[in-house]
Each structure stands twice: as C-alpha cells, then as structure tokens.
Design a protein around this ligand. Structure first.
Ligand code: DGL
Length: 250
C-alpha cells in the first residue's frame, strides 16, 4: 500500500488529509506540530529545522512520498527538503496555483505573513494579464483556530477586517492560501456580502492524485494534546483514524 506523509504546523493540514482520504485510499501518516504552531512569521532557519524534524520522524514509516500540507512551509522549505531527502515532496502551493488557473479576474489571497510576504501567488497569478491579485496576511486566524476559538466573536471581527477589501471591491475569487482556513470557511462565506468563488486547494489536490489501494489507513501524530486537537480532530475527520500524541515533542 502506498504510504503518504502529510504534514503541517498543526490542525490545518487535516483539511488536506480529509480531502485526500475521500478520493485516495492509501496509508496516511499525518504530522501536526501543535506544540510549535504557528509557523507563519518564523525565520527560514526555524522552518527548515522544524520541517526536517517532522520528516525525520515520518521517515521511520517508510514513506513513499510527502504532501507539504502547509503553504508557509511550501513557500520556504520545499527546495531545502527536496535537496535533503531523496523523496518526492508535493507542496500544496503548486496545487493551489493549478486550482486557481480555472478562475480569472480579481483574486484575494489570504495567507500567513510568511506566505503573503513571499508573493508566491501574486507573482504567479499575475502572469495572466487578466488577473489582479490582492494579498492579505490574515495573521490572527491560526492562533484562534488552534486555541479552539472557532466560534469566538473576535474571530469574526478579524475575518471582517481581512475580507473588507473583498467586500469593497467584490473580488470574484478568494484563495484560501493557508490550510487552516477551510476550517473556518463557513465563517468567511457568511461574512462576505456577495458570492465569491472560494478556492480550497485541498479539493483540487485530492482530485489530481490517483487512488493507490483498496484500503484506507490513517495515522495522525500531533506533537501536543490541546483542547482544539481533542475537539476538532473528530469533527474534521470523517474516517476512522489512529491518533497519537508525542509525549516529549520531536
Ligand atoms: N496551515 C499553515 C499554512 O498553510 C500554517 C499556519 C501557521 O502555522 O501559521 O500556511
């Protein structure tokens, strides 16, 4: 059975794993670094170290290939990981670009500070002269999601400030360029005063992989047990899974 490693700073990448599991039966090994989340805003040196810690951990499971289910890591350490390990790495950003290709016009890219500062999406999407890309670092959202504050008033206030430009300019396409944001997709949709195309790259990713096996086996490793991991993992995962908490981090 194909063994696929999937990783993120915390819970966000589960929105990718969930979509993958829907369409691709395989053996999955997910790592969420709930101990050191958030990754957005950290130095490249730290992100290299953290991602290598995670891959070293997952390598024990004889992984065939990896999905970097984190935009922040994808824009900073993909080349580093490809050089360091003799394995295939699929960064979510590549799929997000492909997913965006079928849309054009105005885009709002919502991501972490690191993803937005890289201008990865703006630089690439604006190669199409019909596109205009607006970028917003929605920096406060990941912490609130990881603190299990999904239904907090504060979260909606932040969303309102981040999507104000979309409501003002009626931006047709909104790219969820952080894998945590699909968890609050409904909040975002409810706070838009018009109908936008919400692009969730995970759905596209799952459609572009081929199903490798007849069995589905999901193993989730989190570096810390938190109220959010306890509450959200069962809600996010529609499939049976084995959940393991690392006692002493990585
Ligand atoms: N979910 C991640 C991303 O897609 C990282 C969020 C964070 O830890 O700041 O960018």
């Amino acid at each position: 059975m194909t063994r696929i490693g999937v990783f993120d700073s915390g819970l966000g990448g589960l929105t990718v794993l969930r979509e993958l599991a829907k369409t691709n039966k395989s053996q999955y090994f997910y790592f969420g670094d709930s101990l050191r989340v958030p990754y957005g805003g950290r130095s490249e040196e730290e992100l290299r170290r953290f991602s290598a810690d995670i891959v070293d951990f997952l390598e024990k499971f004889d992984i065939d290939y990896y999905v970097i289910a984190c935009n922040t890591l994808s824009v900073t350490v993909t080349d580093f990981l490809r050089e360091k390990y003799d394995k295939k790495f699929i960064p979510i950003t590549e799929l997000a670009l492909k997913a965006s290709e079928k849309y054009q016009g105005k885009f709002l890219v919502l991501g972490t500070k690191t993803t937005i500062n890289s201008h990865f999406y703006k630089n690439n999407l604006e190669k199409n002269p019909r596109n205009t890309v607006y970028e917003v670092a929605a920096s406060k959202l990941v912490d609130l999601i990881e603190a299990d504050k999904k239904d907090d008033k504060k979260l909606n206030e932040y969303i309102d400030s981040y999507i104000k430009i979309a409501n003002d300019k009626k931006i047709e396409n909104i790219l969820l360029a952080c894998t945590h944001y699909p968890i609050i997709r409904e909040n975002i949709e409810r706070r838009l005063d018009y109908k936008a195309n919400i692009i969730d790259p995970a759905i596209f990713l799952s459609q572009s992989l081929e199903s490798a096996s007849d069995d589905l086996d999901i193993n989730i490793f989190m570096s810390k047990k938190t109220p959010a991991t306890e509450n959200l993992i069962p809600k996010l995962m529609d499939f049976p899974y084995k959940l393991n908490y690392l006692k002493e981090g990585l």
